[in-house]
Design a protein around this ligand. Structure first.
Ligand SMILES: [Zn+2]
Length: 300
C-alpha cells in the first residue's frame, strides 16, 4: 500500500440509514484512519425515481449523530443546496463522458428488457449478450445505452479477500450506462465519480464483489490508468441467506435513536453483528480503526 488513500462513503437516499450502513462506515473510516487516508462523502441519487430529498436529509443527520465525519464534502456541503458530490448534480459530467465513449464507437442503443434478456438467454442472468450491438439503434432517451466491453480477464487483489480473477464480459456482458428512464446507472456513475474524484480505495459490502471486474474494465475504457484498490467486507445478515435491507425498519438508525441507544452503542452493536468484536460494547466513531486491523482481518 503506497500513498495516502482516498476512500468514500456513498449512501443512496432511497431509504433510511440502517445497521448495514453502519458496518460499511466502520470499515470505510476504520481503514482510512488506519492507512492515513481520507474519506469523501458522496450521495448516490442516480436513480431519480427512487431517491428522496427527505431520505437524504435524514441520512445526513444520522451520519452526524453517529459521529462519522467526512474529510471531503462534509454534510453541511449537501445541506447548502447543489453539491459537486451529489450524483443528481453531476449530470453534465456523466453526459460528457458518455459523449466521449460514443465518439469512440463504444456506445450503442439497446431496446431489450431485463425479462427478455433472461428469457432469450435461457437462464436468470444479468449478463447481456450484445444482441443490439449492430442494430444501429440511436442513443435516444427511452433506450438503454450500453458499452461494448472487450473480452478478457480482470485480476485484482482485494485487501480483505486476497487475489481475485473475474471475467466481466462473461458475467455482465455489455454494461448499461444509462437506463431507458434516463437514469445514469449505478455502474457508470460510480466508475466516473471514483475516477474524477480521485478515489483510489473502494470499501464496500461483499454484495458488490461481482461488480468489481466490470467496474475496473469500464474505468479503463474511460481513461483510468491505475485501477482503484478494493476491500469487500461482510454484510449484516437477517438470516443465513438474506442480507439486511432498507425494508427492515427496525434496524433503521432513526428507530434506534428513538429507542434511546447512544451512537457508540449503535456502532458497537453493528460491529458485533459482523463479528468484529465478541461482545456488545460501546465504540465511538473515532475509535473504529482498532476494529478493522488489516493484518488480522486479511488472515481470517
Ligand atoms: Zn438489446
Amino acid at each position: 500500500m503506497t500513498g495516502s488513500p482516498l476512500t468514500r462513503f456513498a449512501p443512496a437516499p432511497t431509504g433510511l440509514l440502517h445497521l448495514g450502513h453502519v458496518v460499511n462506515a466502520i470499515f470505510v473510516w476504520g481503514l482510512a484512519r488506519q492507512l492515513g487516508g481520507r474519506v469523501l462523502l458522496r450521495i448516490e441519487d442516480h436513480d431519480r425515481q427512487r431517491s428522496r430529498p427527505a431520505f437524504e436529509a435524514q441520512l445526513l443527520d444520522d451520519l452526524d449523530w453517529l459521529g462519522f465525519v467526512p474529510d471531503i464534502y462534509p454534510t453541511s456541503d449537501f445541506r447548502r443546496g447543489p453539491c459537486p458530490s451529489r450524483q443528481s448534480d453531476r449530470d453534465a459530467i456523466y453526459a460528457a463522458v458518455a459523449r466521449r465513449l460514443a465518439a469512440e464507437g463504444r456506445l450503442y442503443g439497446c431496446t431489450c428488457t431485463r425479462q427478455e434478456i433472461a428469457r432469450r438467454a435461457g437462464r436468470q442472468t444479468s449478463a447481456y449478450p450484445g444482441w443490439c450491438r449492430d442494430r444501429g439503434i440511436a442513443l435516444d432517451p427511452g433506450v438503454t445505452w450500453r458499452v461494448r466491453m472487450d473480452p478478457g480477464e480482470v485480476a485484482f487483489t482485494d485487501l480483505l479477500r486476497g487475489p481475485v480473477r473475474q471475467q466481466p464480459a462473461l458475467t455482465h456482458g455489455d454494461v448499461a450506462i444509462r437506463d431507458r428512464h434516463g437514469n445514469w446507472t449505478y455502474m457508470f456513475a460510480v466508475v466516473v465519480d471514483d475516477l474524477l474524484q480521485d478515489v483510489d480505495l473502494v470499501v464496500r459490502g461483499v454484495d458488490l464483489f461481482d461488480a468489481t471486474g466490470p467496474q475496473i474494465a469500464l474505468a479503463a475504457l474511460i481513461g483510468r490508468s491505475q485501477p482503484a484498490r478494493f476491500a469487500h467486507h461482510p454484510l449484516v445478515m437477517k438470516g443465513p441467506e438474506q442480507k439486511l435491507s432498507k425494508a427492515d425498519g427496525d434496524t433503521g438508525i432513526p428507530e434506534l435513536r428513538r429507542r434511546g441507544m447512544s451512537p457508540a452503542a449503535v456502532i458497537g452493536h453493528a460491529a458485533r453483528l459482523v463479528d468484529l468484536i465478541a461482545d456488545e460494547e460501546e465504540i465511538s466513531a473515532e475509535e473504529v480503526a482498532r476494529l478493522v486491523r488489516l493484518d488480522q482481518l486479511a488472515s481470517r
